[in-house]
Ligand binder design. Structure first.
Ligand code: 5GP
Ligand code: MG
Length: 186
């Protein structure tokens, strides 16, 4: 098969320049919306949102304390299993109380991940809670929620790149692309 390597993606949806421009404008909007507030506590949902959050937080002027949390609903597949494993440990819960919280995730798909996290965060009585998401999928959300800062809207297809993986691959692509359908097993 030498010389016939096909790309893993069907097409590029957002190239690196488009992503950078959107991340810049999100950083500006977030800075403006918190101008008079205390330092933010940013809760970043791993693994997918790590790269987005690194870029976003480094472009912001407002002081931010990042905290990384793990959840997983895909279990290596390409369709949400509907199982959301949330880890907000008690110590983090204590840190949330009275603070301005920015919840950062990569994708708003079914909405299960973000709404479950948001519900938990609220129980720890933050001063405020806002959400920032790089991509919203055009799909009927099972758990609709308000996204305060949204990067892009994409069609309902499985995407990889810019931190987003398929079975822990393709995170390093500098753009966001639709994964080739024949590579997904459902
Ligand atoms: P939700 O709970 O909204 O259904 O799923 C959100 C999570 O599923 C996202 O945080 C993301 O990690 C993962 N996810 C949803 N759609 C995609 C996709 O197209 N590509 C990748 N790599 N992950 C996705
Ligand atoms: Mg995720």
């Amino acid at each position: 098969m030498a010389g016939t390597m096909q790309p893993v993606y069907e097409r590029i949806l957002m190239d690196a320049a488009q992503i950078a421009a959107v991340v810049d404008s999100l950083a500006e909007r977030i800075d403006r919306s918190y101008a008079a507030c205390e330092p933010l506590l940013a809760l970043v949902v791993l693994e997918g949102a790590r790269r987005f959050a690194d870029d976003l937080l480094s472009r912001m002027q407002h002081p931010v304390e990042p905290v990384f949390i793990s959840t997983s609903s895909y279990h290596g597949g390409t369709h949400s299993a509907g199982i959301v494993k949330i880890v907000i440990p008690p110590a983090l819960g204590k840190a949330i109380g009275g603070r301005h919280i920015l919840l950062i995730d990569d994708i708003y798909d079914t909405g299960l991940t973000l709404s479950s996290l948001a519900e938990q965060i609220k129980q720890f009585a933050p001063a405020s809670l806002k959400t920032c998401v790089l991509l919203e999928k055009k799909t009927p959300h099972k758990k609709p929620l308000r996204v305060d800062f949204l990067g892009f809207t994409v069609e309902d297809t499985f995407v990889v790149g810019y931190g987003l993986d398929y079975r822990n691959q393709y995170r390093d692509l500098p753009f966001i692309a639709a994964l080739r359908k024949d590579l997904t097993t459902g």
